[in-house]
Design a protein around this ligand. Sequence first.
Ligand SMILES: [Zn+2]
Length: 81
Amino acid sequence: MTLSKKEIDSLLRLVGLTRESELNCEQCLALVSEFAERQLAGKSVSESLQHVEHHLSICEECREEYEALRRTLEAVEEQDG
Ligand SMILES: [Zn+2]
């Protein structure tokens, strides 16, 4: 049986054997607010936040979380002027 890379990745995620450079959802969500704030401020992101960015590109759940957070931050910024 042949698995695509995507299938292998999702299997690895299921058994908790993701490559060490990849964050799991818990780690991603712990960093996502910092990532969103930096994105919004137009600041560069550190290496760990680049892992967040990568995780967001492959994980729909965390991406939704990020987008919700970002909308909140944008709304707060508008209120603050
Ligand atoms: Zn995730």
